[in-house]
Design a protein around this ligand. Structure first.
Ligand code: SIN
Length: 325
């Protein structure tokens, strides 16, 4: 069989949302329409190869869980291992898409394209964006040479490391920040600006190919995010420590700066064995490390991705996580 089959895994989201009226783009319920039906809304899609669908789950991505991630990674690895599958498209809610993208890139390190797509308007909208996004995602999955985990939304291709949801309403809701997008999809053609995502070098030495190693999600380390802001103190950190937290990501101000009281609590937690990583709450830029830093930085990852990264490191290494600091 020719190697151009595309598998679409449905997970829910607004792309599969349903509202009572076509003019309602916010009062809908996410994750109602099956992936088969989403595909049926795009006439002539199958041209150029088979498109197979599988409804993996049907959730609003605000409710994303470790269990779904493990299931997703297992299906992605399963289909990628089939020689007749060229690429995978995943329909996903926009809200936690960037976390799933980072997780899949880190765990699967796909040598074929894994394309997450989504919508900001429900399927019942007067002018839904889902069908075009799905069509564009399939074009990317079929593009010769495409590889790695990317997100496709509003005609733009974002890499798993950089993609972030930056708008709560507009159709072009994602940005790749300073890195810029990987490319665009224009009338079904991919225009590349830079390389496809590669293995997350220096972050995780090994993809976790044996998904069974991730299966006991109840035992996953607890990693939480705290934030620096005016009047921040150590109370949240102390409460989380009392609950047995294993790791903390702090979304610092600017270049990862912290209120002295919050910093003191984080250093105390770190000394007690909690892994602490410093990211920035700024949308662009990254924490630039400097001599004398006492808390490691997130190496450019946003707070939510730094959390995923720390969970995976703790899973792989236990508390002996090798750290940048
Ligand atoms: C979700 O993330 O599942 C709901 C919101 C969206 O897809 O835009």
């Amino acid at each position: 069989m020719a190697c151009h089959n595309i598998v679409i895994l449905g997970t829910g989201g607004t792309i599969a949302g349903r509202a009572a009226t076509a003019s309602d783009n916010i009062g809908y319920t996410a994750a109602q329409v099956g992936v088969e039906q989403l595909l049926a809304a795009i006439p002539g899609i199958a041209g150029g190869g088979l498109v197979l669908t599988e409804q993996l789950t049907q959730i609003d991505s605000k409710d994303m869980s470790f269990a779904v991630w493990v299931q997703l990674a297992a299906r992605v690895n399963h289909f990628l291992a089939q020689p007749d599958v060229q690429g995978i498209v995943i329909t996903h809610g926009t809200d936690t898409l960037e976390e799933s993208a980072y997780f899949l890139q880190a765990v699967c390190e796909p040598a074929k394209p894994v394309v997450l797509t989504c919508a900001m308007r429900p399927a019942t909208s007067l002018a839904p964006d889902g069908p075009q996004n799905l069509l564009d995602a399939i074009a990317v999955a079929r593009h010769p040479g495409a590889k790695g985990v990317v997100a496709v939304c509003a005609g733009t291709i974002h890499g798993a490391l950089d993609v972030q949801k930056v708008h709560a309403y507009q159709l072009d809701a994602f940005s790749s920040g300073d890195a810029g997008p990987i490319g665009y999809v224009e009338e079904g053609a991919v225009r590349l600006l830079r390389n496809w995502p590669v293995a997350i070098e220096g972050r995780l030495p090994l993809a976790i190919k044996n998904i069974a190693n991730l299966a006991s999600v109840a035992d996953w380390p607890r990693v939480e995010i705290v934030m620096n802001y005016a009047g921040a103190d150590g109370a949240v950190v102390e409460a989380l420590q009392a609950r047995g937290v294993h790791g903390l990501v702090v979304a610092g101000t600017g270049n990862g700066t912290l209120h002295y009281a919050l910093e003191a609590a984080l250093l105390k937690a770190q000394a007690a064995g909690v892994r602490v990583v410093r990211a920035t709450r700024c949308l662009n830029g990254r924490v630039l490390p400097k001599p004398g830093d006492t808390l490691s930085d997130s190496e450019g990852l946003s707070p939510v991705k730094a959390r995923v990264d720390l969970i995976l490191r703790l899973l792989i290494y236990g508390t002996a996580v090798p750290h940048a600091v």
